[in-house]
Design a protein around this ligand. Structure first.
Ligand code: ZN
Length: 894
């Protein structure tokens, strides 16, 4: 799966709890001495599935296959179904058998054709062992279940534009049992035989292609052949009057689906090209043919994540469809998610983790492989720059927060499966997998992965299986590596220290340090880059491979090299470490930033400067002046994206911090003018033009700039090459509303009249919520805190994110008591989506009061929901960091 901008938080395995991640995983062995199957165990009546109970069921059940019949329609509130679970038991059961089934109604249960009594508590069905004597039974269950409206289970969506209905499933980790009663755990893999009764004009999509579709009055009956064997969380059923495109990749039939009203914006040529390139790469890399019979990709509305790797029927968030012309970065994002989900077909779907504690490996691996596939077999030569800009910065940021944690953690139950999913699991996990081939050898790593997939096809595996295969292929014991990287949190810093004599390097060492809370130093292999001016370009004169460990590592191979003007101790970005530049390098970099030949190096230099600002070592105004003086000459789009991101961030921080008012005014005005000039001078139709348009709409605040924005919207002003697609128009409308400029209300109405799509309606909500008016804030707070049942989750998320932009501190202060007062109710809610939305109501508050307020909640003695606690701890940290940045700027740096 790919997560997008969602809070996912949970138990912290830090400090005192460090040992918790070292507990052996006993789930793997079904023959453990203290077998659960010898005990009489009662399943607790709670939502979700515990690891221990899953272990018991693995010991009870030797094999299971499902035959599933489902009837869906356009107008009903519920669907009905019948499932037959052909089950082989390992022996006669001592305990009752439970079948997972959340939130449905059970009409009856039969064992081998005989009706038997059962209990159903809304979470699972219980059958007493006396009805299951013997080793082999067909357990049939007739049931109904409501369609879902929150994106989990079988979700129903009605298109506001044409009234058509679409459905899709989303199951990970534990929602497949909302489609049909079964044993919903990844290590009970099964074959599925499906038939579906559906409205006549609908397509029905699952893991295999249908073998027949027969008309029966005004419905069709779809029959699918038996599937391969896989876990139920990647089984799927999608249906609706989709538009469909077809192609193929090396004989694998490809289809792409989108709902009708979105179809005009879909670029099937891109989707198929990226899909074909990734197939070509993965089949060769893994040396294992694509294991399933066809490959469908379905673009679906209201999707909670980015995408999901259902076997041969992958779902994608509609956010990947742009209603205007995409930038290369947006196209790369699409190529990346396509490759990510495809990598899961092998790693996750063919070979599947035994239990959810290895979910991070699933995701880290797909993250790494997607980028490798792009770098090696696509038009995106800058895939690793993009990885550095996105995934790696996400990971560095997360690893410096007070809520950082080890990558590998125990997962006690399905509720915890995603609790720790954040920049550590995807970002840091993906980053250390990028380092591993460099550490072990590229071909050794590939061979290890390939052998792992071959040996464990259609089976389940653990982290040790994976590490064992890599270690064997490379002839290395990875035990120590695992200890350093998987079981301990924290980000190390590295720093090059060197002396020159007579124009040559006399000594060069890499110094490594660690934060006080996480003192471990680690071993990594990377390169030291030595840079010198040649003519008018700063070029890499030498890259020296080095494996460093401990506090200080001498780089003997550097001795005698020409004295460098810049030393970069993570050349090529192989290591996972924060680079602190030495003073000589900082001075030369500042003088020559635009002379540095390699865009990747420039990217890393700009990030080093930004890190210094965040660490309150470099005053923010100095960075801003440096960026305004040097950023305009930058031509590389990734570096432009980075500078734009930093300037926008600093503009927002300046709205809040205590600083000289005329200084603030001058700097913010300078940023606005810079963005406008860059927008106007960028090449017509270029990606840079689109990036600077985004920057401009984020920082425009003067009367002049707002007037220009309004003229752009009304067509009275045009910029050559800049086409205003609906999403860009909404940016301008949001800006107008945020500043109550012009006829801001009419702008929303007019746009909705032109475009009534669900995306347009969400943008309208955000634009309204941005208005600096107490009545608007009160209305939307009421909707989020009190009347949320009347809204879709997506609507509340849009409103919560827009409600308090950084320039509206006074309105935030006026409303914060009401937000805090709702804490207890939110805290007691078990709906993670509500907690995540609520957490958005604590935006950056860069003041002493802002820090104290969050502190007060954290110290109130309340038992906080873990997700909320994590969000608040990070908020306190960011508020305090912002204060430290302000102090550094005002000359009070400590
Ligand atoms: Zn994934």
């Amino acid at each position: 799966m790919i997560r997008t901008g969602k809070f996912a938080v949970g138990l912290l395995c830090s400090g005192i709890l460090a040992a918790c991640s070292l507990e052996p995983n006993q789930l793997q062995s079904t023959s453990t001495a203290h077998a659960l199957i010898d005990q009489v165990i009662e399943r607790e009546n709670v939502p979700g599935l515990s690891e221990q109970y899953a272990q018991l069921r693995k010991q009870q059940i030797a094999q299971v296959d499902y035959k599933l019949s489902i009837t869906i329609d356009k107008t009903g509130e519920a669907f009905s179904g019948r499932v037959i679970a052909d089950t082989k038991f390992r022996r006669n059961l001592l305990q009752p058998l439970t079948v997972d089934f959340a939130g449905g109604e059970v009409a009856g249960v039969q064992v081998d054709g005989n009706t038997v009594p059962f209990e159903y508590n809304g979470q699972f069905i219980t059958i007493e062992p006396k009805y299951l004597e013997g080793r082999k039974h067909a357990i049939a269950i007739d049931y109904t279940h409501a369609y879902s409206n929150n994106g989990s289970g079988l979700h129903r969506f009605e298109d506001p534009v044409d009234g058509e209905v679409y459905m899709y499933t989303d199951f990970e980790p534990y929602d497949a049992n909302r489609l049909f009663p079964h044993f919903d755990q990844p290590n009970l893999k099964a074959h599925y035989t499906l038939d579906v009764t559906a409205p006549k004009d609908w397509s029905v999509i699952s893991s295999v292609r249908e073998e027949s579709v027969k008309a029966n009055g005004d419905v069709n009956h779809w029959v699918f052949p038996q599937s391969k064997k896989f876990s139920s969380y990647i089984f799927s059923l999608h249906a609706g009057p989709f538009t469909v495109w077809e192609d193929d990749a090396d004989g694998i039939p490809l289809r792409l689906f989108a709902r009708k009203t979105l179809a005009e914006y879909v670029k099937p040529a891109d989707w198929f090209k990226f899909t074909q390139e990734s197939f070509a790469f993965f089949q060769k890399y893994f040396e294992v043919d694509y294991p399933f019979v066809k490959y469908d990709q379905v673009i679906v509305p209201d999707f909670n994540a980015g995408a999901m790797e259902n076997v041969a029927a992958v779902t994608f968030n509609e956010g990947y469809v742009s209603r205007g012309e995409k930038t290369q970065a947006q196209r790369m994002r699409l190529a990346n998610v396509i490759a990510h989900e495809m990598a899961h077909m092998w790693f996750g779907d063919l070979v599947t983790m035994n239990w959810w504690d290895d979910l991070w490996l699933n995701e880290s691996f797909a993250t790494y492989m997607a980028n490798l596939s792009l770098a090696e077999n696509s038009e995106f030569d800058d895939a690793w720059e993009n990885f550095y800009l996105g995934t790696k910065q996400w990971a560095y940021d997360a690893d410096q927060l007070p809520t950082t944690h080890a990558i590998q953690l125990p997962v006690k139950n399905t509720d915890e499966a995603f609790a720790n999913f954040d920049g550590i699991t995807y970002g840091k996990g993906g980053s250390i997998l990028k380092q591993l081939p460099y550490y072990l050898g590229k071909e050794e790593f590939r061979k290890g992965v390939s052998n792992y997939l071959k040996d464990l096809s259609y089976k389940n595996s653990t982290l040790n299986d994976f590490m064992g295969h890599l270690g064997k292929a490379a002839g290395k014991d990875l035990g120590e590596w695992q200890q350093q990287w998987l079981y301990q949190a924290g980000l190390n810093s590295i720093h090059a220290s060197f002396q020159c004599e007579g124009g040559k390097i006399a000594s060069l060492t890499i110094e490594q340090s660690a934060p006080a809370d996480y003192p471990a130093l680690r071993e990594q292999r990377t390169q030291v880059g030595l840079y010198n001016m040649q003519g008018d370009e700063m070029v890499l004169s030498k890259a020296i491979p080095v494996t460093y460990s401990g506090a200080s590592t001498e780089v003997t191979a550097a001795k005698g090299e020409a004295c460098p003007q810049i030393v970069y101790p993570n050349e090529g970005d192989w290591a996972f470490a924060k680079v602190t530049l030495d003073q000589v390098s900082v001075d030369n970099m500042s003088k020559h930033i635009n002379d540095i030949e390699s865009p990747f190096t420039r990217l890393m230099m700009w990030q080093s400067l930004e890190d210094s600002v965040l660490d309150a070592k470099l005053p923010m105004d100095e960075y801003v002046r440096f960026a305004l003086a040097n950023g305009g000459a930058e031509q590389n789009i990734n570096v432009i994206r980075m500078i734009s991101r930093h300037l926008t961030g600093h503009f927002m921080v300046m709205s809040q911090i205590d600083m000289d008012a005329s200084e603030r005014k001058a700097l913010q005005q300078a940023i606005e003018t810079f963005a406008w000039n860059q927008l106007n001078s960028a090449a017509a139709g270029s990606d840079a033009q689109k990036v600077w348009f985004g920057t401009f709409t984020s920082v425009a605040h003067s009367k002049q700039a707002l007037a220009n924005a309004e003229k752009l919207l009304n067509g009275k002003l045009t910029i050559k090459g800049l086409s205003l697609d609906p999403d860009k128009r909404w940016n301008l409308i949001a800006l107008q509303n945020e500043h109550l400029f012009g006829d801001y209300e009419k702008a929303i109405k007019d746009e909705l009249a032109k475009d009534s799509s669900d995306r347009s309606q969400l943008n309208a909500i955000a634009a309204e919520a941005l208005r600096p008016q107490q009545a608007v804030k009160a209305k939307w707070l009421g909707n989020i805190l009190e009347n949320r049942d009347q809204f879709k989750l997506a609507q509340l998320k849009y409103a919560a994110s827009a409600l308090f932009p950084t320039g509206q501190q006074d309105l935030y202060v006026a409303n914060v008591d009401r937000i805090v007062a709702a804490l207890d109710e939110v805290n007691s809610s078990d709906a993670p989506e509500l907690v995540g939305t609520y957490a958005r109501l604590f935006p950056l508050n860069c003041s002493k009061e802002g820090v104290e307020q969050v502190e007060g909640i954290l110290n109130s003695g309340k038992q906080l929901n873990p997700l909320l606690e994590k969000a608040l701890k990070n908020r306190r940290f960011r508020n305090q960091r912002c204060l430290d940045m302000a102090a550094a700027m005002n000359g009070n740096a400590g």
